[in-house]
Ligand binder design. Structure first.
Ligand SMILES: *Cc1c(COP(=O)(O)O)cnc(C)c1O
Length: 469
């Protein structure tokens, strides 16, 4: 399997070559040259597989330059009951006939990002051990992504994580989850400032090309292809759990921010999984909803991003979106150059009517919801089914219920309510129960370095804690 860039000017590469990379050299994103197809017979065979077996069946179609035995061992070690709470890994919860929640949030940080990042941690360690290289992951987080990355990389050899977070601006849960990690390769840096200051500091450090090369800086951002591929697996799992024959179609409602999760669903559909529709759900930051309704893509300046009660979907631009647009324009590099040129000069682009008509054919539909919608949906599910959901999941369920058709609907549960206690309390009048794992964290000491958003101080810190090898 070769991977090609969405901008058409970077060399094709294999899976292992793009594993540790961010953007392609031409500024594009790598995608498979062609999507592997799963036959009806294969689907039937997959139906009875355990999660790790299914993950291997799907992922081995995208990963053909890691020996099968090694890949299998890595997958088996990742998707265990110990790490994800059950052998199902992603249990399907039935709310009523034709309406389901796919619980993706039973991993160590109680959000769906664990599913891909836990695998990525092991893949990184494996790839680095082959070359004898090391990697210093530098990132900024407002809470969720950073903790998932730290839990994925903790204790892995060859990898250090330097994670910047805004001092005093995360929930107790998020702070405890990150700062109590005692692993020698995890470094929490709390920045006196906001999330944007953290992100700007990461950018400034990366702009020092010498430093970046010398200290082997890397990232675990949402454009990483391995993350997308790992997420395609649970669409298969959810589909099989909700149906009894391959003749049945289902739709998925997906709380969306960077467009990684729902892109994985689109890939699964392209591979042949019988998905009717993919319902893209946004919150007040509705860049994607606007695109799917009008054909105009207009990312917002950071200053226009609303701070909402589903914070992991508060994005200015959807970093994975380019991968879908590439298919929408039939992989025409000149057309991509035109659209991304418009984006640069005008701040937006609009696709042609013909391109727009392909959106529905691809199964996409969209909606957005407000804080009030989230509260109403959380309350309604609690009262109707006795099920408590988190605010992100509530965005998905809100849009899902508005757009639901005849076919069964699977709403992705992307985080557990315990992470967002304040919003839950606002909705139902009481706080969600904290999981046992969190109670244990309360007594642990915090390990964190507090500093100003000064790129030089951050570089000095990295240099003194990640000695050159
Ligand atoms: C990251 C995240 C999302 C958005 O997923 P994307 O892949 O960025 O679209 C939704 N819900 C939760 C809880 C998240 O952490």
């Amino acid at each position: 399997m070769q991977y090609i860039s969405t901008r058409g000017k970077a060399p094709a590469k294999r899976f292992s070559e793009i594993l540790l990379e961010g953007l392609a050299a031409d500024g594009g994103l790598y995608v498979p040259e062609a999507y592997p197809i799963v036959s009806d017979e294969e689907l039937t065979h997959m139906r009875s597989m355990s999660y790790p077996e299914l993950a291997f069946a799907v992922l081995s179609k995208f990963v053909d330059d890691i020996p099968a035995d090694d890949l299998k061992r890595i997958i088996d070690a990742t998707y265990t009951k110990e790490v994800f709470g059950s052998r199902d890994i992603v249990p399907l919860k039935k709310l009523e006939d034709g309406l389901y929640l796919l619980d993706l949030s039973e991993g160590p940080t109680l959000a769906f990002k664990d599913i891909a990042l836990q695998l990525l941690g092991r893949l990184f360690e494996y790839a680095l051990s082959k070359t004898g290289d090391s990697l210093n992951i530098l990132g900024a987080t407002s809470g969720d992504t950073g903790s998932a990355a730290e839990y994925a990389m903790r204790g892995r050899s060859g990898v250090n994580v330097f994670m910047l977070s805004p001092w005093g601006r995360m929930s107790d849960f998020q702070r405890k989850q990150m700062y109590t990690l005692q692993d020698a390769n995890i470094f929490n840096i709390a920045i006196r400032g906001a999330f944007d200051d953290c992100q700007d500091a990461v950018k400034a450090v990366n702009e020092d090309a010498d430093f970046k090369r010398t200290y082997k800086l890397g990232a675990v951002n949402s454009i990483n292809w391995a993350r997308i591929a790992a997420q395609a697996v649970y669409y298969f799992k959810g589909y099989f759990a909700a149906t009894s024959s391959n003749a049945e179609m289902v739709s998925f409602a997906v709380p969306s921010g960077n467009f990684g999760d729902v892109l994985a669903g689109y890939i699964a559909k392209r591979m042949g999984l019988p998905i009717a529709r993919l319902l893209v759900a946004t919150n007040e930051n509705n860049v994607l909803d606007e695109f799917f309704k009008t054909g105009t893509y207009r990312p917002r300046p950071t200053s226009e991003v609303a701070v909402t009660s589903s914070p992991s979907m508060d994005i200015s631009k959807a970093s994975n979106f380019e991968r879908y647009v590439f298919d929408l324009v039939r992989r025409d590099a000149a057309r991509m150059a035109k659209l991304w040129g418009d984006l640069k000069t005008k701040g937006s682009f609009t696709i042609s009517p013909e391109e727009f008509s392909r959106i529905a054919a691809d199964g996409f539909a969209s909606g957005s919801s407000t804080h009030a919608d989230r509260l109403a949906t959380i309350t309604s599910l609690y009262e109707t089914y006795g099920v408590l959901i988190d605010p992100h999941t509530a965005d998905g369920v809100t849009t899902g219920q508005r757009l639901k058709g005849e076919e069964p609907l699977i709403c992705l549960e992307t985080a557990l309510p315990a992470k967002f206690a304040a919003t839950i309390k606002e909705a139902i009048g009481k706080e969600p129960e904290a999981p046992e794992s969190f109670a244990k964290l309360l007594d642990l000491p915090e390990r964190v370095e507090v500093m100003d958003a000064d790129p030089q101080k951050i570089k000095d810190f990295i240099a003194s804690h990640a000695p050159l090898t």
